[in-house]
Design a protein. Structure first.
Length: 277
């Protein structure tokens, strides 16, 4: 499988829109990979993960035809991961396409947000947008993929999930907007023993030591160790850090040598990685 990181920031972006902290000031000056838009990923050019406020810009920047995307996984309904008002732009009259509908797969709060927009826009749910409610630990099929949502350690009001994404013999774990995994998720991973070729982990609070809601570099180390001990990762597994905030107190350029020394890849906007054990 191929994963493209379209955006790699937390909700405020880097630099944050109204911020002059040291990280934002330095990132603004340096530019390049230090500039981050809100998190979003694309699997094999066909399966979208999250629907950020920067989706339109991502499509323009990376030459993506959103009319040809028919499935989007939603981790949770915070607006940096689900910018629901944008779905109205798929309404008949707002767009002209013969492509099939775009289906969003999310937990109940995310589905309610999208359905509210459909109602306000007087759109039939089947017209250009479809909504499929999902539950943690219940696998489902999307195109050629088997997707399993797992419970995340994040705002419980949003019923947040992270995703196991499998296709043929390839398996990856997309896990941002989560702290150290809840025991329910650890138990599922230990019992079912998926072996991941790529594991993408939240590192929002890189240098702070945080473990709940989001993760720091310290927490990510502990997650990696447990995944290795449980047999969910091997020496061939790629560990990618993703979803960064200025509150993590470090720029991309400064984080890279620290992370590389410990065997982590630091994601940046536009990064493409191909999996394979």
């Amino acid at each position: 499988m191929k994963i493209q990181y379209l955006g790699t920031a937390a909700c405020e972006g880097i630099p944050a829109i109204f911020c002059d902290c040291d990280v934002c000031t330095k990132s603004r000056s340096l530019g390049g990979r230090n500039l981050r838009t809100r998190s979003q990923a694309l699997i094999d050019d066909t399966l979208l993960v999250d629907f950020s406020p920067d989706t339109y810009m991502h499509a323009l920047q990376y030459g993506i035809s959103l009319t040809s995307i028919h499935a989007c996984l939603i981790t949770h309904n915070h607006t940096d991961h689900l910018y629901a008002p944008e779905v109205e732009n798929r309404k008949i009259g707002f767009c002209h396409t013969d492509e099939d509908a775009l289906t969003f797969y999310g937990t109940a709060p995310a589905c309610r947000d999208i359905e509210h927009i459909l109602c306000e826009a007087q759109m039939e749910s089947h017209e250009r947008i479809r909504v499929q409610e999902i539950e943690a630990f219940v696998p489902f099929t999307v195109q050629d993929y088997t997707v399993t949502p797992l419970e995340a350690n994040h705002d419980p009001r949003t019923q947040p999930v992270i995703f196991i994404i499998e296709k043929e013999k390839e398996c990856l774990l997309y896990a941002n907007d989560t702290g150290y995994f809840p025991e329910s998720t650890w138990s599922y991973l230990e019992k079912n023993r998926p072996l991941f070729s790529l594991i993408s982990l939240d590192c929002t609070e890189a240098m702070t030591g945080l473990r709940s809601g989001h993760m720091s570099l310290e927490a990510v180390r502990d997650v990696r160790q447990r995944l290795l001990e449980q047999g969910n990762a091997s020496a061939n597994t790629t560990f990618v850090l993703n979803h960064f905030s200025h509150n993590g107190r470090i720029t991309h350029d400064d984080l890279v040598p620290l992370a590389q020394a410990e065997g982590f890849v630091v994601a940046y906007d536009g990064m493409v990685w191909k999996t394979g054990i």
